[in-house]
Structures are given as structure tokens and as C-alpha cells.
Design a protein around this ligand. Structure first.
Ligand code: FAD
Ligand code: NDP
Length: 450
């Protein structure tokens, strides 16, 4: 008789947990996954997918406006929020079913309920105990908001996807991915939108030219973007929320969305019972093979609080499955992970920022271009696209590519392959462009900006 009920017990059927479980099962492991909420986790239910669907919805106002320059007459427009949310929900339910089928087809047992770790090889769900040779912690993260007078009135991205109606006035607090994406969504859908950030310039950690360009573009669009400010208190009067800022001024809105970061969802998970080391944030400490301080327990994705991105969680799930059940230990390389912000307009980036390159003591040449895309020669829009290459002068290697403009994520995804292959500026230059595209600018920038 087997020593354990399962070879692998995964806690959390989100991006990382589902992939890790499926791949492990494909290698012949007996696998169970516990999920306390909806299959697919944050990305499918309250993250990437519904967010991108709302981003698509928010682009139409631009398109209607731009159409006039191309000769179109577009009638009166209005957004039916209830229909948008219902259609989005239908798609999410379809995806929940796809995830169930993927797990079923892979032979992974789904256990519904909240799991807790009882010891290094035992998990409890709904009062039942299960044993496993290995436990995979893939519990994701949860929005974190500060506590202050009136903070009970704010919403997070979780609620933003299910609002009963589209607010006519919105304040978004936080200058990270979620803040800029939702400011773009609400503004694009027609809400009067303010975004507040506590520091000098939002998107800390991104290339400065991305940060400056996006700030300019958002201001041009009419988003009330305010830096070096914060909310001190909120008072609710009927449907109106009055937010008093730290300088004493008051602004109001129907909804205030806090996008002030996410924390690992490891509270009350029982990891302490097993002796798993956690950081102060609750993040599981892992080694390069994603093993925690306990030999039989691995952790992947957001709960390790490193790069909170779906493709990273997926790559980590695949890596653990290979390490444990395919005799092929995988140590992931986190350099050059490409990422996009689905703001209005989009940002895309891969590799080093100019500031990082300087900190690492590279002597760099910067190639940068800011231009009006062809489409806008007919629309009258003042929107600009920015593209930038950070090049190591000594080796000629392209260390980083950064962009603000339509489809930045789509364009940077392709360049990420080149950057990961160590492509040089000369190789970029000898690549013949596709004309007329915006992306060709990346292979035609010849003049050093600095
Ligand atoms: P999750 O996908 O969160 O899965 C964790 C699962 O564990 C959840 O289903 C949860 O219910 C379950 N769980 C937790 N505790 C327990 C327990 N005790 N017992 C049983 N089940 C449990 N990333 C991108 O790459 N691109 C994007 O465009 C993007 N957009 C985003 C937009 C928003 C609004 C948000 C919030 C995030 C976005 N992300 C995006 C980040 C991405 O969603 C996460 O990085 C990714 O989902 C992490 O995967 P995970 O497997 O670590 O966790
Ligand atoms: P981020 O960590 O990206 O940004 C948090 C923002 O909130 C920062 O501007 C931070 O400021 C600010 N902040 C933090 N604490 C406070 C506070 N107490 N008061 C006021 N402001 C505060 O978190 P998000 O919530 O935006 O997103 C979480 C993660 O989800 C992202 O980091 C990303 O990994 C992932 N994600 C990815 C997306 C994508 O790939 N397109 C989209 C959405 C989310 P400061 O910079 O000064 O610390």
C-alpha cells in the first residue's frame, strides 16, 4: 500500500496550481488540487482575463471618436454596463468549465474547499485529512489596503469587476499596474476619473521614459492624475464619497478603488504547523528550485511575492512538476521577463530599464523615438507612441526595449525573444522592418538620443 494518498497535493487551482498539477499528472504522479473558490484563480476570475475584456470595452469611445476622421458618421453612443458585466461573466464561467475539464482530463482530483497544512505531509480540507509526498502551495495573493478613517467605503479590483452600475465619478488610489489599468478602464467607459499616487511619479520600477510618457498621455486624455498626494479620510453622504486629501482639499466620487498592492494569501494556511519559513509579508521563502524551508513543501506564483504575473506562476508550476516527477530539476531565469500594462495607451517592456542598466554599471547608448502613429494623422488625436532601446555600448547587446503605445504588449512579446537570445543593436538594425507599422520603428532607430 502506498505510503501517501497522493504524490502531490496542490493548494490553489489558479494559474500556477493548475499548471503544476496537470504537468505532474502527465508525468504519472497521483495528484489532487484543493480550491476554495472558482477554478482558474485570480487571473481567470478577477484578474488578467476580465480586466482585458473591460480594457477592450473601454477602447470603443476612442474608436467612435477616431472614426469621424476616416469619414464615418457614428450615432449616439452609450455603454450598457449590466450587459458588459453579464457577457464578461459568461466568458469567465466558460473558462471555469475549461479549467475543470483540463484537470479532469489530466486525471487530477479536484477537492472543493479551503485547505490547511497540518504537517509536512498532511493537508486538511473540510475536516478530512489527506496525505501527500509533496505539497505545492499555490494560494496566490489578495488586495492589501491601508486602514484609515472611512477606508471601509473603498473597493478593490475584486469588487470593481462586479459593480452593480458604472460609477459616473471614480477615484483610483495607487500608482501600480492595477491603478493605471483601472483608471484607463473607467475613464474609457466614460467615468470622470482621478488617479492619486503618493510618490513623485507612478509606476515605480518601470523605465522613466515609460512613466513620463504614460503620465503625459493620461493627462492629455483627461484623467485627473495627481502625484504626491493621498487620501486622509473618506466620508460617505448618500451615494457620494467625499475624500479629504492630505493637503486638506476634498474631492468626491461614487466609487474609490484602492489598488495599493497585493499580499500573499498565506494567513491561517497552517504553514507554521509544518515549520515553513515566511517573510514578514507572508510570502513563502523558496530556494531557486521553489522548495520552501521544508523539504516536502514547494511554493509557486504570487504567494512567493516576487513577480506577480500569470506566465511566471505557470512557468513555476511547470518547473516544480519537472523537478519532482520528471527527474529534470528546473531553475527558472527571471531576467528579461517581458510584461505589459494594459493602460490607455498600453505599455510594454522587456529587459533592463535605463536606470537599472546604470545601476549595474553598464555604459549604455539610448535610442528613443516619440512619434504620432499613422492612424492619428487622420483622427486629429494628439496621442504619441514612444519606443526606446537601451544598448550596452561594450557588447552592442540590446539590454532593454520599452514602449508606450497601442498594442505595446503584442509588440514587446516578439522583441522579448530577441532580447532573451542576446540580440545586438546591429542585429536589430539589419532586420528589415514591416511597413507601415509602428513596430518597425524598433528596427529603424539609428540616431543615439543620449
Ligand atoms: P492565483 O491565480 O490567485 O490562484 C490561487 C488560488 O488559490 C485561488 O483560486 C484561491 O482561491 C486558491 N486558494 C487560496 N487559498 C486557498 C486555500 N487555503 N485552500 C484552497 N484554495 C485556496 N498577470 C499577468 O500576467 N497579466 C495581467 O494582465 C494581469 N492582470 C491582473 C489584473 C488584476 C486585477 C489582478 C488582481 C492580477 C493580475 N495579474 C496579471 C496577476 C495574475 O493574476 C497573478 O499573478 C496570477 O493569477 C497568480 O497565479 P497564482 O497561481 O499564484 O495564484
Ligand atoms: P503594485 O505593487 O503594482 O502597485 C501598488 C501601488 O500602490 C504602488 O504605486 C504603491 O506605491 C502604492 N501603495 C502601496 N501602499 C500604499 C499605501 N498604503 N497608500 C498609498 N499608496 C500605496 O500593486 P497593484 O495592486 O497595482 O498590483 C498587484 C500586482 O498584480 C502587480 O504588481 C502585478 O505584479 C500584478 N498585476 C499585473 C498586471 C499585468 O501584468 N498587466 C495587471 C495587474 C496586476 P509605491 O510605488 O510608492 O510603493
Amino acid at each position: 500500500m502506498a505510503q501517501y494518498d497522493y504524490d502531490l497535493f496542490t493548494i490553489g487551482a489558479g494559474s500556477g496550481g493548475v499548471r503544476g498539477s496537470r504537468v505532474a499528472a502527465a508525468f504519472g504522479a497521483k495528484v489532487a488540487v484543493a480550491e476554495e473558490s472558482a477554478l482558474g484563480g485570480t487571473c481567470v476570475n478577477v484578474g488578467c482575463i476580465p480586466k482585458k475584456l473591460l480594457v477592450y470595452a473601454s477602447h470603443y469611445l476612442d474608436d467612435f471618436r477616431d472614426a469621424a476622421g476616416f469619414g464615418w458618421t457614428v450615432g449616439p453612443q452609450s455603454i450598457n454596463w449590466a450587459k458588459l458585466i453579464a457577457n464578461k461573466d459568461n466568458e469567465i464561467h466558460r473558462l471555469n468549465g475549461v479549467y475543470r475539464k483540463l484537470l479532469d482530463d489530466a486525471g487530477v482530483e479536484i477537492i472543493e474547499g479551503r485547505a490547511q497544512v497540518l504537517d509536512p505531509h498532511t493537508i486538511g480540507v473540510n475536516g478530512k485529512r489527506y496525505t501527500a509526498k509533496y505539497i505545492l502551495i499555490a494560494v496566490g495573493s489578495w488586495p492589501s489596503i491601508p486602514t484609515f478613517p472611512g477606508s471601509e467605503h473603498v473597493i478593490t479590483s475584486n469588487e470593481a469587476f462586479y459593480l452593480p452600475e458604472l460609477p459616473s465619478k471614480v477615484i483610483v488610489v495607487g500608482g501600480g499596474y492595477i491603478g493605471v489599468e483601472f483608471a484607463g478602464i473607467f475613464h474609457g467607459l466614460g467615468a470622470e476619473t482621478a488617479q492619486l499616487y503618493r510618490g513623485e511619479l507612478f509606476l515605480r520600477g518601470f523605465d522613466n521614459d515609460i512613466r513620463l510618457t504614460l503620465a503625459d498621455e493620461m493627462l492629455k486624455r483627461g484623467i485627473d492624475l495627481r502625484f504626491k498626494t493621498d487620501i486622509a479620510k473618506i466620508e460617505k453622504h448618500g451615494d457620494i464619497l467625499n475624500a479629504t486629501l492630505i493637503d486638506g482639499s476634498v474631492i468626491n466620487a461614487n466609487q474609490i478603488l484602492y489598488a495599493t498592492g497585493r499580499v500573499p494569501k498565506t494567513r491561517d494556511l497552517g504553514l507554521e504547523n509544518a515549520g515553513v519559513e515566511l517573510r514578514q509579508s507572508g510570502a513563502v521563502v523558496v530556494d531557486p528550485y521553489l522548495r520552501s524551508s521544508v523539504e516536502s513543501i514547494y511554493a509557486i506564483g504570487d504567494c512567493t511575492d516576487r513577480l506577480m504575473l500569470t506566465p511566471v506562476a505557470i512557468a513555476e508550476g511547470t518547473a516544480v512538476a519537472n523537478t519532482l516527477f520528471n527527474n529534470r530539476p528546473i531553475m527558472l531565469d527571471y531576467e528579461n521577463v517581458a510584461t505589459a500594462i494594459f493602460s490607455a495607451p498600453n505599455c510594454g517592456t522587456v529587459g533592463l530599464t535605463e536606470e537599472q542598466a546604470h545601476r549595474r554599471e553598464f555604459e549604455v547608448d539610448i535610442y528613443m523615438s516619440s512619434f504620432r502613429p499613422l492612424r492619428h494623422t487622420m483622427t486629429g488625436s494628439a496621442e504619441k507612441t514612444m519606443m526606446k532601446l537601451v544598448v550596452d555600448r561594450a557588447s552592442d547587446r540590446v539590454l532593454g526595449c520599452h514602449m508606450v503605445g497601442p498594442d505595446a504588449g503584442e509588440i514587446i512579446q516578439g522583441l522579448a525573444v530577441a532580447v532573451n537570445c542576446g540580440a545586438t543593436k546591429t542585429q536589430f538594425d539589419t532586420t528589415i522592418g514591416i511597413h507601415p507599422t509602428a513596430a518597425e520603428e524598433f528596427v529603424t532607430m539609428r540616431t543615439k538620443t543620449r
